[in-house]
Design a protein around this ligand. Structure first.
Ligand code: HEM
Length: 222
């Protein structure tokens, strides 16, 4: 193999490794936060905890636990070698991801309806749309899998993949933005200009890019 090709390949693997580390780091944070919120009184620690509503706490903290589960499992699903060699495993893990995504979406939507997000109506709208899309994509992924329509199943599964990663991408945008600008147009209440763009920027552009790629792939043929 040429040196240039080899370097490009190595850079690709390195990028994947860094992304995998980010996934593991955020999933561990989300899992720990969720488990602590379900089992302890976190009222002194976070505004997300509701001291007088067990239902709201179960909704948002189980959302974090199952969000972590979906995020760790979902990168394995598109790998063709695993799908072909272990179809039963693909089906079981797929069902776990779909159920987890449905709970994540419903938990987030319930929290928005009861408590609202930290930044108010605009963030509520952006996040509620995110939750509705996740719910829809999870149901469509399962529906087409059960109907054995592999082509449609994989298209909806890819959309779900992007949405599950959205929560991590939201945080990555902040890491990059804060390291470049020291938090310009952003504040703790998430009401700054940058924050407002973030209400949808962590999933819509990526879904759009996926749709463009899917259309190009369809036009190119098998
Ligand atoms: C795999 C996907 C997801 C994971 C891993 C995840 C994880 C988390 C975590 C860890 C938090 C705590 C806030 C923080 O410390 O940053 C959180 C908050 C929240 N999440 Fe999710 N989430 C996911 C998807 C969603 C979806 C689809 C919705 C939309 C319904 C949503 C709505 C919310 C809301 C409204 C909050 C509270 C925001 C606030 O006011 O601070 N999340 N989530």
């Amino acid at each position: 193999m040429h040196l240039r090709k080899r370097l490009v390949l190595m850079a690709g693997y390195l990028g994947l490794l860094v992304f995998a580390l980010f996934i593991l780091g955020f999933a561990a944070y989300s899992l720990r936060f969720g488990l602590r919120g379900i089992s302890l009184d976190l009222s002194d620690e976070t505004y997300i905890y509701t001291s007088d509503s067990a239902f709201t706490n179960i909704a948002i903290f189980s959302h974090m636990i199952l969000g972590a589960v979906a995020m760790i499992l979902v990168p394995f699903q598109p790998i063709e070698r695993i799908r072909r060699r272990y179809p039963l495993l693909h089906r079981i893990v797929g069902r776990v991801i779909v159920v987890a995504s449905i709970v994540v979406a419903l938990g987030g939507l319930a929290y928005i309806a009861i408590r609202g997000t930290i930044a108010g109506p605009l963030m509520d709208a952006g996040f509620a749309f995110y939750g509705a899309l996740m719910l829809g994509c999870a149901i469509q992924t399962l529906r087409h899998a059960r109907a054995r329509n592999v082509a449609l199943h994989s298209v909806w599964a890819l959309r779900l993949f992007v949405l599950v990663m959205g929560s991590l991408i939201f945080r990555l945008h902040y890491v990059i933005w804060y390291s470049l600008t020291d938090g310009l147009w952003s504040n703790e209440q998430l009401t700054g200009g940058f924050d407002q763009v973030q209400y949808v920027a962590f999933y819509l552009p990526y879904l759009l890019a996926l749709e463009i790629w899917l259309r190009r792939r369809a036009r190119a043929g098998p």
